[in-house]
Design a protein around this ligand. Structure first.
Ligand SMILES: C[S@@+](CC[C@H](N)C(=O)[O-])C[C@H]1O[C@@H](n2cnc3c(N)ncnc32)[C@H](O)[C@@H]1O
Length: 320
C-alpha cells in the first residue's frame, strides 16, 4: 500500500467505541471541570479577544507553512467530490493554507474551487502551495478570496441577493446590482461569467472551520453557507468531536463556554457532540444525510503515548 493510501485508510477507521470513551471521561474526577455548566463571562471580557484578529496573528506567526499537511483522506470521506461533473463549484470555507483545497483540486480536474479565509496571509500561502502543486489547469480553477463568513457573510458575487432567494431554478435570469457586461474582480483572479454572480455552489466544505467560530454565531454562519448553496447541494463537514484528546488537554481557565475553549494565542475551539451538530445544521435548514463520530487511535511518535482522537463527520443537504 502506498504511503498516502495507508494514511487515507488510517483516518477512515474506527479504532474505539465513543460511548466507552465517554464513560471513562465522565467518571474521571480530574476531568470533571469539562462537564460543568459554564458561567458566562462579563461582556467586556468577551470583547478583549477578537477571534478574527487571533487567526490573523496565528497565520502570521506560522507563515513558514510548516503546518501544511494535505488532507489525503478527504476524498475517501467525501467521494461525491470525485464524481461531480463539469463546472462543479465547490466553496471551501476557512481554507487556511490549502490543506483541504489541494486534495480537492487534485482529485477532480472538473472542479472550480472557491476558497475563503479571514487571513490574507494564509490565502497567500494557499496560493503558493497550490501553484507549486503541478495540478492540471489549477490557475483557472483555484479562486481564493478574503472573507469573514461568520460576521460579514459571503460576497454578493458568489450569490447575489436575488439568486440566494431563488437558487437552483433552472434557466433563471439574475437581476442584480452588477451590470451584465462587467467583469467581477475579486483581487487575484477575475470571473468569466457575465452575469450578476457565480450563481451559488454545488458543495460547501467546512473542514475544521466551524469549531473556530464562537458558538453563539454558528447559527448565522451556517445560514450563510446554506444561502450560497444550490438546492440539492451538499455541505461536507468534519470537525473536532466531544472528548477528543485535544479538548481534555485544555485547562479550566481556558474554558470560554460549555465545550468551548480558547488557546493561549486567542484562537478558539468548540467540540461537537452529534446532537449539537445535528441541531445547528437542522436549524439552518439542512437535511441530515450522514453524521457520526470518527474515533481514531494514534501514537505520538515523540513520547510513544497513545492518543484518542475524535472527529465528527457529517453530510448535509439543502432541500431541492
Ligand atoms: C483549523 S483551520 C482549517 C483550515 C482548512 N479548512 C483545513 O482543512 O485545514 C481554520 C481556518 O478557518 C479560518 N477562519 C476562522 N474563522 C473564520 C471566519 N469567520 N471566516 C473565514 N475564515 C475563518 C482560520 O483563519 C483558519 O485558517
Amino acid at each position: 500500500m502506498s504511503a498516502s493510501a495507508a494514511e487515507a485508510s488510517e483516518y477512515h477507521s474506527k479504532d474505539f467505541n465513543w460511548d466507552t470513551l465517554r464513560l471513562e471521561i465522565e467518571n474521571d474526577p480530574s476531568l470533571n471541570y469539562h462537564l460543568l455548566p459554564f458561567v458566562s463571562p462579563q461582556p467586556e471580557q468577551q470583547l478583549t479577544k477578537d477571534p478574527i484578529k487571533a487567526w490573523k496573528s496565528f497565520h502570521i506567526q506560522h507563515s513558514s507553512g510548516k503546518f501544511f499537511k494535505e488532507r489525503r483522506y478527504l476524498l475517501k470521506e467525501f467521494p461525491e467530490l470525485v464524481s461531480c461533473g463539469d463546472g462543479c463549484k465547490v466553496l471551501e470555507v476557512g481554507c487556511g493554507n490549502g490543506s483541504t483545497a489541494l486534495p480537492i483540486l487534485r482529485g477532480n480536474e472538473k472542479i472550480i474551487l472557491y476558497a475563503c479565509d479571514c487571513s490574507n496571509e494564509t490565502l497567500q500561502r494557499a496560493k503558493e502551495f497550490v501553484a507549486a502543486s503541478n495540478v492540471a489547469s489549477v490557475e483557472n480553477r483555484f479562486r481564493p478570496f478574503y472573507c469573514d463568513f461568520a460576521t460579514t457573510g459571503f460576497p454578493k458575487w458568489l450569490a447575489c441577493a436575488n439568486c440566494r432567494e431563488n437558487l437552483g431554478q433552472k434557466d433563471q435570469i439574475c437581476v442584480s446590482d452588477v451590470g451584465e457586461e462587467r467583469t467581477l474582480e475579486t483581487g487575484s483572479w477575475s470571473m468569466e461569467e457575465r452575469s450578476c454572480c457565480v450563481g451559488g455552489v454545488d458543495f460547501v466544505t467546512l473542514i475544521f472551520t466551524l469549531s473556530a467560530v464562537p458558538l453563539q454565531i454558528m447559527p448565522t454562519a451556517l445560514r450563510e453557507c446554506f444561502s450560497v448553496l444550490k438546492p440539492g447541494g451538499m455541505l461536507l463537514f468534519r470537525d473536532y468531536g466531544l472528548y477528543d484528546m485535544t479538548m481534555l488537554r485544555f485547562e479550566p481557565d481556558q474554558r470560554v463556554g460549555f465545550r468551548e475553549y480558547m488557546r493561549a494565542d486567542g484562537t478558539r475551539s468548540y467540540f461537537f457532540c452529534l446532537d449539537t451538530a445535528k441541531n445547528l445544521f437542522n436549524c439552518a435548514g439542512f437535511i441530515e444525510l450522514e453524521i457520526e463520530y470518527c474515533c481514531v487511535k494514534s501514537v505520538n511518535r515523540r513520547n510513544g503515548k497513545s492518543m484518542q482522537r475524535v472527529w465528527v463527520h457529517g453530510k448535509f443537504q439543502k432541500p431541492t
